[in-house]
Design a protein around this ligand. Sequence first.
Ligand code: PLP
Length: 427
Amino acid sequence: MLNKNRSAALFEKAKNYFPGGVNSPVRAFRSVGGIPLFLQKGKGAHIWDADGNEYIDYCGSWGPLILGHAHPAVLGKVQETMQNGTSFGAPTELENQLAELIINNHRFIEKLRFVSSGTEAVMSAIRLARGYTKRNKIVKFEGCFHGHADSVLVKAGSGLVTFGNTSSAGIPQSFVNETLVVDLDNEAAIEQVFAQHGNDIACVIIEPIPANNGLLLQRKEFLQFLRDTCTKHGALLIFDEVISGFRVGFEGAAGLYEVKPDILTFGKIIGGGFPVGMYASSKEIMSTVSPEGAVYQAGTLSGNPVAMAAGIAQLSECLKPQFYTQLEEKTKKLSEGMERVCQNKQIACRVFKIGSIFWLSFSNQEAIRKASDIKPEGIARFNSLYHQWHEQGLYFGPSGYEVGFVSSAHTQQDIEKTIQIFERVLH
Ligand SMILES: *Cc1c(COP(=O)(O)O)cnc(C)c1O
C-alpha cells in the first residue's frame, strides 16, 4: 500500500478550514471514497503527492493543462511578466495579444471579453443573450454542466419539456422558472419547448461536446438542428466550450462540427493553468456589452497580465503544426489499448473519445448520447477500481462520470505504462 499519511493529515486539518476539507466539492473524493491526495508537484504528465508518491496524471487540473504541468514556455512567459507587477486593473498590451491570437485563428469569433472563470463566462453569456434578445427564458440540457451560476444549476423534472428543479439549495424558484431543461439528442423535445415558449426563449446553451457527465458525444445533425431552430425563432445559440475550446482543435467543437454558435464561452485551457475565462461573439452582439451597450459586466482581475501571459504561451504552443493530430494519435493509442485489455479479459468496456478527451465506460453500449443512458453499474465499477489505479501510479478524476485528458507531455512510454497498469488492475 502507498503511504498516504501526509495527505491524510493535511486533509484532517483542511476539514477545520473548508467545508468538506476542500475548495471545490469533487476534490473531496466522495464518489470513490478514501482520502483525497494532496498534490505537491507536477512536471510534464507526472504529479507527486505530499507523501512523494508519483502518478501519471490524466486529470490535468480538469482540462486546463493541455501542455502538461510546468511547461517551460508557460513558466518562462509568466516569470518574465511578473517581474513588472502582477495586476493593474488597467488595460495592458498582453490582453490585445491574446485576443489577436484567438480572433485570427477562430472563424466564429469577432470580439470577446476576458473574465476569470468558466462560471463567470457562462453567467455573462446568458446575461448577454437575455439583454440582446430582450427575452427571459433559457434552454439547457440534462447532462450538461455550465458552472455554478444560479440559472444553470437546474436539473430536469419529469416529462419531455420541464421547468427544472434546482440542483442546489439557495436558488429561488423564480429563477428556476426561467430555465427549461430538455434531454440531449432529442429533436422532438426542442420542437416542443419552442412551440410552448418560443417567443420568450433568449438562448439555448449546450456543451457541444458534453464532457462533464461522461462523454456524451452528440450527432452533428443535432447541433445543426439547434442552430437552425434558434435562427428560426430569434433565439441565440450558446456553445459552452469551457472544456472543448482549444482542446479538440484550436476552433473547438464549433470548428470541428462546422456549426456556428452566436456566443461561445471558454475557460480552462485559455488560461494556461491560471484563472481565465472568456465569452465571445460577433461584433454586433458584443456591442450590447457595457460600456458600449446596456449589459453590465466587469471584473477587477479580468485580463490579468500574468494570466494573459500564460494563455498566450499555451495557445501559441497549440497553434504549432501537428499539435492536435499528435495529441489525438496518443489518445487513440491509449483508448484502443484499454479496450484491447478489456476485450482479452471479456470485460464490457468502451473508451469514448474525441480529440484528447477520453471517457472510460464499463459497458458495451455503442453510443451514449444522453445522461439517462449511462448505466450506474459501469460507474460503480470505475469507482471500485479507482484506488487500485492510485496504488499502481495512475491518477484519474475521482469519479466514473469524469473524463480524462491526454496532454502533449504524455510520452509513448507513459501511454504504454498506463495500459500495462490498467491490465494489472483488472486482473
Ligand atoms: C469547467 C466548466 C465550467 C465552469 O468553469 P469554472 O472555471 O470551473 O468556473 C463551465 N462549463 C463547462 C462546460 C465546464 O467544463
